[in-house]
Design a protein around this ligand. Structure first.
Ligand code: ATP
Length: 139
């Protein structure tokens, strides 16, 4: 089966690097599906779920934004943050989500609403990816 190389990196570490058969990413303009030998592409990502398929196995990764490049059958994702589903501390993500919701709903005069919304979206993506992984394990 045709494959392509996928590298997911953050400023902190290499999160994923392997030959894969497909990638579904949360593109800024909507969900983006990438198969081997895709045309060159550079796009930004929004917070959400990355789904990586390799030999019939799916890996789920939460990203908080970044860039995705496709060039010569290599997909490179430069993510602001990225965590594999099994590495997500769901309690931490839920606590961050609650804090962010409280901020967004607060009437603080010096509230940085954009920052609060970014935190909300990051934590929502983490909660979503970690819970989905758990429910797919039960099946
Ligand atoms: P928190 O308020 O819980 O720190 P945050 O959204 O402010 O959440 P970030 O600044 O996006 O956190 O991330 C800081 C680092 O912590 C990154 O390396 C990120 O991958 C990691 N991280 C953040 N939340 C989680 C989580 N729930 N589980 C695992 N790693 C996390």
């Amino acid at each position: 089966m045709a494959t392509m190389r996928l590298d997911i990196v953050t400023a902190e570490k290499l999160v994923y690097s392997d030959e894969v058969s497909s990638v579904v990413a949360p593109g800024a303009e909507g969900q983006l599906g990438i198969l081997p030998n895709h045309a060159p592409l550079l796009t930004s990502l929004k917070p959400g779920e990355l789904k990586v398929s390799k030999e019939g196995e799916e890996t789920n990764i939460a990203v908080s934004g970044g860039f995705l490049e496709v060039l010569k059958n290599v997909v490179t994702i430069l993510a602001d943050t990225a965590e594999r589903a099994e590495d997500i501390d769901v309690e931490r993500a839920e606590a961050a989500l609650k804090r962010a919701q409280e901020k967004v709903n607060s009437s603080e005069s010096d509230l940085d609403l954009e920052r609060a919304i970014r935190a909300l979206k990051r934590s929502q993506a983490r909660v979503f990816v970690s819970k989905r992984k758990r429910s797919s394990k039960v099946k």
